[in-house]
Design a protein around this ligand. Structure first.
Ligand code: SF4
Length: 363
């Protein structure tokens, strides 16, 4: 437009100067139209290259922006149905602040809501999930999720101390993965951390659980929290001997109201390690192929956590702020307040081969 107006003015001037000059304007007109078309095209090309333009890059950005408004899918959910535990780990980030456990039928109703909203994997955690009704409640939920909801993956995280062989006999077939928390292969360190009750040797117990997992066809996983007391340990040989499908290695994390600050049941500050210390631990264990590292940054918002009331816990502010319960407002409404970072979930490898059928294990 900025070029057309002076040209139009020139045209009017030429017309005013007479018919001979008018013919000159007639010959200028196609040139004017050509310029307009060329500039117009150049403008649209420039728009494609600029942020927000409609080129492939702009369209992708637009789609990503739109993605932010899409409802989150609870693909993988961690249900901490009890906060009770028989251990007293000094850095525990889901502490025994209540003794509440939902009635079994209510828990099943919530799990069905999650499955209808897109859940593919459920992980039962605590507290210690085997503590309530000696694992019977947990077994019922595991069976329900596999048999009725047909979830591709059902897993448990446990400290392992209360698991009995008869549980595997009743429910092992419905369980894909059993993850056992083990922070050290030195029993003295476990005692320092708070993992242990005196008579149970955590390391010996681990060997027994490994065998049961093999016998009853359950994939075996190990979770370790790297902290001040185990950061110098070399766990390579012990982990390789146990041969888990996955060894999840977390950096000890502070959560206000859980293991730090006001209202907390623990004071985990003395367990903390720096990022550099965590990296040094990872470097030492680089040859262990099943190791999956999780720094504080990766861990904080990349889990969908449900508490004992089936409320999503939002960790964005370094605390666990609860949403309303999915039993009251549904999954879509509650998950909006979860603070879940779906991109980080994918970046940390949150979606992996998680059903034992697909794992094709050499038991
Ligand atoms: S075993 Fe787990 S739930 Fe129990 S105190 Fe230790 S960290 Fe907390």
């Amino acid at each position: 437009m900025w070029l057309l107006e002076p040209l139009a003015f020139a045209g009017r001037l030429l017309s005013a100067l007479g018919g001979q000059l008018g013919s000159l304007w007639d010959s200028l007109l196609p040139l004017c139209l050509w310029l307009r078309a060329t500039l117009g095209l150049a403008g649209s090309d420039r728009a494609q290259r600029q942020p927000g333009g409609k080129g492939p890059e702009g369209a992708r950005r637009e789609a990503e922006g739109a993605g932010g408004d899409q409802p989150l899918t609870p693909t993988s959910v961690n249900y901490h149905f009890t906060r009770q535990c028989n251990y007293k780990c000094g850095f525990c980030f889901h502490t025994a602040k209540t003794s509440f456990v939902l009635p079994l039928e209510e828990a099943k109703r919530g799990l069905r809501l999650l499955q209808e909203a897109g859940m593919e994997k459920i992980n039962f955690s605590g507290g210690e999930p085997f503590i309530y009704q000696r694992g019977e409640y947990l077994g019922q939920l595991v069976k329900f999720c596999k048999e009725e909801l047909r979830l591709p993956s059902v897993s448990i995280v446990s400290n392992g101390s209360l698991v009995r062989e008869r549980w595997f006999k009743s429910y092992g077939e419905y369980l894909d993965i059993l993850a056992i928390s083990c922070d050290s292969f030195d029993e003295q360190v476990n005692v320092l951390i708070g993992r242990g009750q005196g008579k149970i040797n955590h390391v010996e117990n681990l060997q027994k659980l490994r065998k049961w997992c093999r016998d009853y066809r359950v994939a075996f996983k190990i979770n370790s929290v790297i902290n001040r007391f185990n950061v110098g340990e070399d766990m390579r040989e012990a982990i390789k001997a146990l041969n888990p499908v996955r060894w999840k290695v977390f950096q000890c994390l502070l959560i206000e109201g859980e293991n730090s600050g006001e209202g907390a049941v623990r004071e985990a500050e003395r367990f903390l390690i720096s990022d550099a210390e965590f990296e040094a631990f990872l470097d030492r264990h680089r040859e262990v192929s099943c190791l999956v590292p999780e720094s504080n940054q990766k861990m904080k918002d990349s889990y969908l956590i449900l508490d004992e009331y089936m409320r999503f816990l939002n960790c964005q502010n370094g605390r666990k702020d609860p949403s309303r319960s999915i039993l009251d407002v549904g999954v879509e409404e509650a998950i909006k307040f979860s603070g879940f970072d779906e991109k980080m979930f994918l970046k940390r490898g949150g979606k992996y081969v998680w059903s034992k059928a697909a794992l094709r294990l050499d038991w």
